[in-house]
Design a protein around this ligand. Structure first.
Ligand code: NAP
Ligand code: ZN
Ligand code: ZN
Length: 349
């Protein structure tokens, strides 16, 4: 079956409307009519082949919210009409240590990405959420709380869980002093989620104009990272930092803001490496630098339930699919407030 989608045909060309095929519904699958799909910076990295792994034609999109329209014979968790989400993974080996312990994102065989992965049934590349429909194994589908506006839910499926997972894994708790670097899609969710957990949030931004928004979203302090005096004012004050920047930058000024035993978690994946950090302050204050990859299906459901309870969604600007290139261009300038979301029903294919 063919569906409409936004397709990248190579790294240098804009995305265009086209048709792609859906795999046949398997017993464990659900077919989802996509209502909204968030525009993650990873989609831009992938459309432009900035990580040198893209295979074309490529259909980006891994922040998917939609309605179940069909369920396979053994897909008993969902029924037609259910509102569901799909994030960055659509399959994994299910047998390794990590799959068996609800950490599919670290599957030893590598998880199957929602797009540009290999579909085990067809051998073809998986295609993502910038499309009318998707077919996904029910294990990789989550339930969406009924009280939340759906356009704002879509970005939770990647941006939300990517910051939720390290906040939970490293036991960030009420009263902790948490830094967030970069107020974009991931960063604004980190500000919202960490402050809802009771942490005291400091936002580091390169954009002085985002200060009021950051405070409205929950930040207690806003620090313009290019201002040395502002950076100096928060030395050795934070327990934990989550760095959500999509471009290479110097990590040392952020390490300087951590207290003894502090941790800097990197979730941004720039196309070029950051400078190597200075080891000396790491040694003398027992600092750690960690990475973190998205979040598990279980964590995604927990995060959605938490968002339902606390009425948290992303701040979104909805667009039609035909505006995707303009959205990418604004994203590159850091001019996103704070996630573009494609409205599939408003899209002119
Ligand atoms: P985004 O919405 O474009 O936000 C990135 C923010 O970084 C910008 O808004 C900007 O905030 C800040 N920034 C500072 N200098 C920048 C520069 N030179 N170029 C671009 N941004 C700059 O991106 P996102 O969707 O949140 O994604 C952020 C990164 O996380 C991307 O690299 C993405 O691929 C990666 N990612 C990783 C995972 C994972 O599993 N680890 C999951 C999803 C995404 P200020 O204006 O406040 O400075
Ligand atoms: Zn993403
Ligand atoms: Zn596995």
């Amino acid at each position: 079956m063919k569906i409409n989608a936004l397709v990248a045909h190579d790294a240098a060309q804009p995305l265009v409307s086209g048709q792609v095929s859906l795999r046949a519904l398997q017993k464990q699958d659900v077919k989802i009519e996509i209502l909204y799909c968030g525009v993650c910076h990873s989609d831009l990295h992938m459309a432009r082949n900035e990580w040198a792994v893209s295979e074309y034609p490529l259909v980006p999109g891994h922040e998917i919210v939609g309605r179940v329209v069909e369920a396979g014979d053994e897909a008993s968790h969902f029924k037609p009409g259910d509102i569901v989400g799909v994030g960055v993974m659509v399959d994994s080996c299910r047998e390794c240590h990590f799959c068996k312990h609800h950490e599919e994102q670290y599957c030893e065989a590598g998880f199957t990405a929602t797009y540009n992965g290999i579909d085990k049934y067809t051998g073809d590349r998986t295609r993502g959420g910038y499309a009318q429909s998707i077919i996904v194994d029910q294990h990789f589908v989550v339930s969406v709380p009924q009280n939340l506006p759906l356009a704002g839910v879509a970005p939770l499926l990647c941006a939300g869980v990517t910051v939720w997972s390290p906040l939970r894994h490293f036991n960030v708790k009420a009263g902790d002093r948490v830094g967030v670097v970069g107020l974009g899609g991931l960063g604004h969710m980190a500000v919202k989620l960490a402050s809802a957990m009771g942490a005291e949030v400091t936002l580091f931004t390169t954009s002085p104009g985002k200060g009021d928004d950051a405070r409205r979203l929950g930040a207690k302090q806003v620090v313009v990272s290019r201002d040395a005096a502002q950076m100096a004012s928060c030395q050795t004050s934070l327990d934990f930092i989550i760095d959500c920047v999509a471009a290479p930058h110097d990590l040392d000024p952020y390490l300087a803001t951590l207290k003894t035993n502090g941790r800097l978690v990197l979730v941004g994946i720039p196309d070029q490496p950051h400078n190597s950090p200075n080891i000396t302050p790491m040694v003398f204050r027992r600092l750690s630098i960690s990475g973190s990859s998205i979040g598990s299906i279980q964590e995604t459901q927990e995060m959605l339930n938490f968002c339902g309870k606390h009425n948290i969604t992303a701040e979104v600007e909805t667009i039609g699919g035909e505006d995707i290139e303009a959205a990418f261009a604004r994203m590159l300038k850091g001019d996103v407030k704070y996630r573009f979301v494609i409205d599939m029903q408003a899209t002119r294919w």
